[in-house]
Design a protein around this ligand. Structure first.
Ligand code: NAP
Ligand code: MG
Length: 506
């Protein structure tokens, strides 16, 4: 590893490349082994580029760079106002390259250009949010007996290993990097093997904006191999993970050996409750977006729908009618609602859930199979799917599918539907549709989930805490609260009385 000397400025080159290198210590580097792996465009199945295939040696280099930058570098000592300016500069550079970032994100994820637009924009706004938030992330002065004085200060937690999934490649990178570097931490981020490109570009932009070498490192490689290594690494202080619940559990247990700080954003099976007094049109449109946005590959996808019996038939008729109108296909077409699925194996997972529902006696109202998209025959596609005649014991109702599949159940009683909504190991998102304000808040108060959406199709904006109850994980992202999780609170207690203290009295 090159020793960190000065703050090298990195120019972001043409974003479309044949090979993407990792970013370690402010430099573009190959893997030590020289190995690369292909990444694909899931809409076509074609190889998009090669990326470095890191092993534990490379992970060690990245951790060493982050450790050195944190222990000896200037970033954590940089006045907060200056750090804030650098975060704003990152956002400004992203705005300059907005369309290129969207294009790369679409190419590597197969998501619709509309979805990519929203997510890249939110990534930018995330840096702008933390540029502001960090300035007011202060300590406190506390009440203590006279002649004593106590204040707390927030200090960066240290080296953070950040592991992210494939469903929101750029946005997850932004959610992780922005608060961490705002707080003064150094990071080693490991994107999902399927979608590493925009995280690499984001790290390059961070350097171009003036983040010192070693503060933001990106390594690409297998989660099982280097992910494990990062989680167990002695020189890593915190692990921030977004991904599946089983891997989250594994990470928590492995991180316990060194008592690392851990935050986990995991899976979900979020309920969407439509009462009989809801604005039906708005509830249909919002519920449609709630499940099919990002082709259902959202941790907070509202995938369990509960509809009041008085409006069930009318609602469902409209919902299915509109589902059939959704356009699945060319991700670059502005009219596309659903892009591709991330991989063939994910298509197989989705289909096996649908098949299990059929075997359990459920009814498929629309969809229920892989989609054929003209001109995109090599890609991975699934039709938006609505399933009814289900019961709470079915796999399709209990487990996260992570695809464009919603299960619909009927209810007639508020208490009962709250109970059913809470009957899940997960507790990430939830939505309530009603015109009755008292009911909305009553239900919101009883739902066991980190996020409740009332008559609202959107789950978050920069500033709203995002995170789960129960096995959806813990910790909050996207908000002021996140900064608490990238800092340690130090309590400084001092005595300034005129008489020396002699508590033992000897
Ligand atoms: P995943 O398999 O858990 O992978 C997530 C990340 O962890 C990837 O970078 C993966 O690397 C890495 N990884 C895999 N095994 C690991 C291990 N043993 N130790 C350390 N890291 C490991 O999840 P996914 O399939 O990418 O994403 C889908 C899941 O993420 C869904 O369950 C979804 O609900 C959840 N998710 C949650 C949120 C949230 O905010 N709550 C947001 C998005 C997604 P490789 O790519 O190399 O395998
Ligand atoms: Mg996985």
């Amino acid at each position: 590893m090159a020793t960190p000397t000065k703050n090298q400025k990195m120019e972001v080159l043409d974003m479309k490349r044949d090979t993407y290198q990792m970013i370690i210590n402010g430099e573009r580097v190959n893997s030590n082994s020289g190995k690369t792996v292909p990444v694909y465009n899931p809409a076509t199945g074609e190889v998009l580029a090669q990326v470095a295939d890191a092993d534990n040696y490379d992970a060690d280099q990245a951790v060493a760079a982050a450790r050195h930058a944190f222990d000896n570098g200037k970033w954590k000592r940089t006045p907060v106002g200056k750090r804030s300016r650098v975060l704003n500069k990152i956002a400004a550079l992203m705005r300059e390259r907005f369309n290129e970032l969207i294009e790369l994100e679409v190419l590597n994820s197969g998501k619709s250009i509309g979805a990519a637009h929203v997510q890249v924009m939110q990534s930018i706004e995330d840096f702008e949010f933390y540029a502001g938030a960090i300035v007011s992330h202060r300590g406190h002065v506390n009440n203590v007996p006279g002649q004593f004085m106590n204040y707390t200060q927030n200090e960066p937690v240290g080296v953070c290993a950040q592991i992210i999934p494939w469903n929101y490649p750029m946005m997850m990178a932004a959610w992780k990097i922005a608060p961490a570097i705002a707080a003064g931490c150094s990071v080693v981020i490991k994107p999902a093997s399927l979608t590493p490109i925009t995280a690499i570009i984001l790290a390059e932009i961070c350097h171009e904006a003036g983040v010192p070498a070693g503060v933001v490192n990106v390594i690409t490689g297998s989660g099982k191999l280097i992910g494990d290594h990062l989680v167990e690494h002695e020189l890593v202080d915190k692990v921030a993970f977004t991904g599946s619940t089983p891997v989250g559990k594994d990470i928590m247990s492995k991180a316990s050996k060194t008592l690392k700080r851990v935050t986990l954003e995991l899976g979900g099976k979020s309920p969407n409750i439509v009462f009989d007094d809801a604005d039906i049109e708005a509830a249909v449109d919002g519920s449609l977006f709630g499940i099919f946005f990002n082709t259902g590959q959202s941790c907070e996808a509202r995938s369990r729908m509960y509809v009041h019996e008085a409006i069930y038939d009318a609602f469902l008729e409209k919902f299915v009618e509109k589902t059939k109108k959704l356009k699945t296909g060319d991700p670059f077409d502005q009219g596309t609602h659903l892009g591709s699925i991330i991989s063939q194996s994910q298509v197989d997972v989705i289909d096996s859930y649908v098949q299990s529902a059929i075997q359990d006696g459920a009814t498929i109202l629309t969809g229920g199979k892989a989609a054929d998209i003209e001109g995109f025959e090599g890609g991975y596609w699934y039709e938006p799917t609505v399933i009814t005649d289900v019961n709470p014991d079915m796999k399709v109702v209990k487990e996260e599918i992570f695809g464009p599949v919603v299960v619909v159940q009927k209810f007639n009683d508020e208490k009962e539907v709250i109970k059913e909504a809470n009957d899940s190991v997960y507790g990430l998102g939830s939505a309530v549709w009603t015109k009755d304000h008292a009911r909305a808040t009553r239900v919101a108060n009883q739902i066991q989930a980190g996020i409740v959406m009332i008559n609202c199709p959107f789950s978050a904006f920069p500033g709203t805490p995002f995170g789960g109850y129960k096995q959806s994980g813990f910790g909050r992202e996207l908000s002021i609260e996140t900064l608490d999780l990238y800092t340690e609170q130090k309590s400084v207690l001092s005595y300034f009385g005129s008489r020396p203290l002699n508590p033992f009295g000897v």
